[in-house]
Design a protein around this ligand. Structure first.
Ligand code: WTA
Length: 648
């Protein structure tokens, strides 16, 4: 295995880091030799408890029964930890810096101001009948009120379900119904790249089929006209005006649910990943401080949307639990121009910057000039998340954006994991471009043979599994515990299976190779092939569809759909456009099909199973390595597809 360049830890970073190389080794050893002792210490250090726990960890990793319980008996409140406990020391320090889509508009909220807003909204929610354990849906643009809404739920023990503002009305409806949300918090419109996103209108469409939603709180972002249903729809500012700013934080059990976040899997509809209170918060705070070496007073910016797990853990909960200054950005990297990210870095003196490879690749295309016209001298640490970062993009990020000074934390994790599982620590880990390197404290990854599950020792490649729980791990699929067991604990008994493949080199560093299930990663966003296929077959002209990913320069993966039409239907470009639009309407703009190939039929085994492996190879133009096609019912299908492969 040839190893690429190694970038040693910069001495200046190591000198002041929370964790240096020796400390990493020592703490990691402790974390695996004495997990209970280790996690008890961390839970004390990072979280303020109303009542201590009686047991650190109780778990069963299956195969039949799966449960994971951390810090049982402990009582705490997440909003209290993110706000109240900071008031004395840093009440007047900024908590959230909001940079709007418009470069001339920003806003700052101190910890005290944020606390006041959260208490008020918590009272508003209570007045609308929201009780502990009830689910509240949040469908918001990137404005501070999104964080206020999450924290207000946490304060009263309601369970939030944030739905990304880019999702369609149908996607929103499905999520509201699945977790039976009775209250929806949204905005009139969102603003991105100068364009308005009709959130309330989408919400109206969704709510038309959600009769149990009794309250829709609407933040006025743009002030444009929206439809209104009296009694149900309430302006956020009106409700807040009359609300008391006194609201005690509800003492929650460590294992009480904190939030649900829907994510795509390889089969069926997106599943509601459920995270609980104590373990999640400990893990969010700890990973935020150590993975980014967050130092008190630093300005930290994660460019994710709060609609994704990265926004939950690394814009809201982790940073605020640590009393950090967290920047929230409403806009996009290329508006008004390709220099925007770096202008924001200079404007707010950002020290730690965390983004996705897809953004890096898009910016890289525009060349160095938009970067180099800014200073970026405040930057100290860079981060990457969401998909494997290709070495070329890594080097550009490191040398051009970071001027060769700033370590890159390539953080591997998932919605299910709550926080980072494999990542370098800036003061401790030598970097290799493209490698997520080493496990975080308490995380014991392993590789197993993807086909037969045999453990792989030393260097090798296989399915990436985790051998024991960490506090940020999801606890169940909301409303479907069996699906939780089947998805994560069945295929490789005794392990949590991530769905990713990885390679481990001779130094024990991990290189994530990407999903090995039927999940796509498009611009860092997860999409299930099954979801897209279900949308395609809704069209009356479509008989069958199979969707795979293919390598895409900017998006990482593009969406390639093989579509078989009904007898007598003409295969036109017009129909292709209709299908693309149909999928966007069903799921959202992130699910824009890049390529449609008409397929007279699909390659299937004799038992009727579509052989996606072959479809992936054709889409990627790797036809010389198709592999064994002898099990196909009709091998000529493949030749036909190759002959008419769509141009890319
Ligand atoms: C991928 C996002 C390589 C991976 C936090 C995972 C990565 C999926 C990395 C989870 C990384 C995330 N290197 N691949 N640093 N980070 N992934 O649930 O395939 O939206 O399974 O969580 O993204 O996506 P999710």
């Amino acid at each position: 295995m040839s190893e690429s360049k190694i970038y040693p830890v910069p001495p200046a970073i190591a000198a002041t880091a929370h964790i240096n190389q020796a400390r990493y080794q020592q703490l990691y050893q402790q974390s695996v030799k004495d997990p209970d002792g280790f996690w008890a210490e961390q839970a004390q250090e990072f979280v303020t408890w109303f009542q201590p726990w009686t047991r650190v960890l109780d778990y069963n990793y299956g195969p039949d029964e799966v449960y994971i319980r951390w810090f049982e008996g402990g009582k705490l409140n997440v909003a209290y930890n993110c706000l109240d406990r900071h008031l004395e020391k840093r009440g007047d320090q900024v908590a959230i810096v909001w940079e709007s889509d418009d470069p001339n508009v920003d806003r700052r909220l101190t910890y005290r101001e944020l606390h006041t807003e959260v208490c008020k909204l918590a009272n508003v929610l209570k007045s609308r009948g929201v009780n502990k354990g009830d689910r509240v849906c949040i469908y918001m643009p990137m404005i501070p009120e999104a964080a206020v809404a999450m924290l207000a739920c946490a304060r009263i023990g309601a369970v939030h379900s944030v739905v990304f503002g880019g999702f369609s009305p149908d996607s929103l409806r499905d999520r509201i119904l699945d977790s039976d949300c009775r209250v929806l918090i949204t905005a009139d419109e969102g603003v991105r790249g100068g364009r308005h996103v009709p959130l309330k209108k989408n919400a109206d469409h969704a709510m038309a089929e959600c009769p149990d939603v009794t309250t829709c709180l609407v933040v006025k972002r743009t002030g444009n006209a929206v439809e209104w249903r009296d009694g149900r729809d309430i302006w956020y500012h009106d409700a807040m005006a009359g609300a008391s700013d006194q609201c005690a934080a509800e003492p929650m059990d460590a294992e009480d649910p904190l939030f649900i976040l829907y994510t795509s899997g390889s089969t069926g509809k997106p599943k509601g990943v459920l995270h609980t209170t104590g373990g999640y918060l400990v893990f969010a705070a700890m990973t935020h401080r150590y993975s980014f070496d967050y130092q008190d007073g630093e300005m930290y910016w994660c460019t994710a949307d709060v609609g994704w797990v990265t926004g939950h853990t690394y814009i809201v909960y982790g940073p605020l639990a640590n009393g950090a200054k967290s920047l929230m950005f409403e806009g996009i990297p290329n508006y008004p121009d390709m220099s925007r990210f770096w202008q924001v870095v200079d404007k707010h003196q950002v020290n730690i910057f965390y983004t996705a490879p897809t953004a890096i690749r898009a910016l890289m295309r525009a060349g160095e000039a938009p970067v180099k016209q800014t200073s970026r001298a405040s930057l100290r640490i860079l981060g990457s998340v969401g998909e494997p970062i290709n070495p070329e993009a890594w080097e550009w990020y490191y040398h051009v954006v970071g001027d060769g000074r700033c370590p890159i934390a390539d953080t591997w994790w998932q919605t299910e994991t709550g926080g980072h599982l494999i990542t370098p620590l800036p003061g401790a880990t030598p970097l290799k471009p493209g490698s997520a390197t080493q496990p975080f404290f308490g995380v014991v990854p392993a590789l197993v043979d993807a086909t037969d599950g045999t453990p792989i020792a030393g260097a090798g490649e296989g399915a990436l599994v985790i051998t024991r729980p960490w506090p940020g791990q999801m606890r169940t699929v909301y409303g479907d515990h069996q699906r939780f067991i089947d998805t994560y604990f069945k295929q490789y008994p005794g392990y949590y299976f991530s769905g990713d493949g990885a390679r481990r080199d001779n130094d024990g560093d991990y290189w994530i190779t990407g999903r090995i299930d039927d999940v796509l990663n498009v611009s860092g966003h997860r999409l299930g092939t099954a979801e897209i296929e279900s949308a395609l077959v809704l069209h009356s002209a479509v008989a069958e569809a199979a969707v795979v990913g293919y390598p895409h320069d900017i998006k990482g993966q593009g969406i390639y759909a093989y579509v078989t039409v009904m007898a007598g239907i003409t295969q036109t470009d017009e129909l292709k456009r209709e299908l693309v639009q149909l999928v966007r309407n069903e799921i959202g703009a992130i699910a824009t099909v890049d390529i449609i190939q008409w397929a007279p039929s699909l390659p299937k085994t004799r038992s009727g199973k579509i052989m996606r492996r072959i479809l992936r190879k054709i889409a990627a133009n790797e036809i010389s390595t198709l592999g064994d096609t002898s099990t196909l019912a009709d091998p000529t299908v493949v030749e036909e597809l190759i002959a008419h492969r769509a141009n890319q």
